[in-house]
Design a protein around this ligand. Structure first.
Ligand code: ADE
Length: 247
């Protein structure tokens, strides 16, 4: 999968050389092509921004410079995404869909924004990573690259994708590793039992419980079995009486 990033700060993306994404790059599964927008300024001072028409605070990135940077890329079969708080909020479903793309071009804004005319000309979709404002689109672009790359075959194990939070619309169950006792807290007995069916049941229940307690709105659109519904009823009754359900 290929990502091209149009940015004024390509060095910010060095962190993607680490860890799982770094390995994906080394294996040739992910290609991240960083394009410095400043290289396309024809101005002798390499100026990339100017004051806004109509006045106001800050500077606006110039349409022609951004457009030249975009035109330097092979845009056939590419999807152009502009990272902006005005976009649709990224979620796991969207991440999965984006992983089907061949080439994603990420446009990162800075200063007070980018001249609207170039946005209208080149952008297919606007994406936000949440309702807060960052200093630029670079961190959101890295969030998108990281989350989408996990779905590229070979980057992480298939089982990890199936077991993680949101994979079936629920949050993940709690995890434990050695030692068996830590600060007087024991690992739940069932996980030591070797009984895979019971372990699966326990994990499903903890997933439901986590989701119900931490992100109840995720359960609203989820199809639940009668057994799941009964269990949620049980937790709901227990929590209204301030009783910890028995694990
Ligand atoms: N640029 C600045 N803030 C942003 C956000 N929350 N999401 C995407 N791009 C941004």
């Amino acid at each position: 999968m290929k990502f091209s990033v149009l940015t004024l700060f390509p060095e910010m993306f060095n962190s993607l050389n680490e860890s799982i994404i770094g390995k994906g790059k080394e294996k040739g599964l992910i290609d991240i092509n960083l394009v410095n927008i400043r290289d396309f300024s024809k101005n002798k001072h390499k100026q990339v921004d100017d004051t806004p028409y109509g006045g106001g605070a800050g500077m606006v990135m110039k349409a022609d410079v951004v457009y030249e940077a975009y035109k330097s890329l092979n845009t056939k079969n590419a999807k152009v995404i502009f990272l902006t708080p005005q976009g649709k909020t990224l979620n796991q479903e969207k991440v999965k869909k984006l992983a089907q793309e061949e080439h994603i071009i990420l446009l990162c804004g800075h200063y007070e924004g980018i001249d609207q005319r170039v946005i209208e000309e080149i952008v297919d979709e606007e994406i936000s990573i949440g309702d807060y404002v960052l200093t630029g689109g670079e961190i959101p672009a890295m969030v998108l690259i990281d989350s989408v790359s996990r779905y590229v075959e070979g980057v992480i194990k298939k089982e990890s994708i199936n077991e993680e939070s949101f994979s079936d619309g629920l949050l993940e169950y709690p995890q434990y590793t050695r030692p068996e006792i830590f600060l007087n807290k024991r690992v739940p007995e069932v996980l030591l039992s070797g009984n895979h069916q019971e372990i699966e049941k326990w994990r499903k229940k903890r997933s439901l419980e986590n989701t119900y307690k931490k992100r109840p709105e995720l359960l609203e659109n989820k199809k639940l079995s009668n057994k799941d519904k009964e269990f949620i009823e049980e937790i709901s009754n227990a929590s209204s009486k301030n009783i910890e359900p028995i694990h």
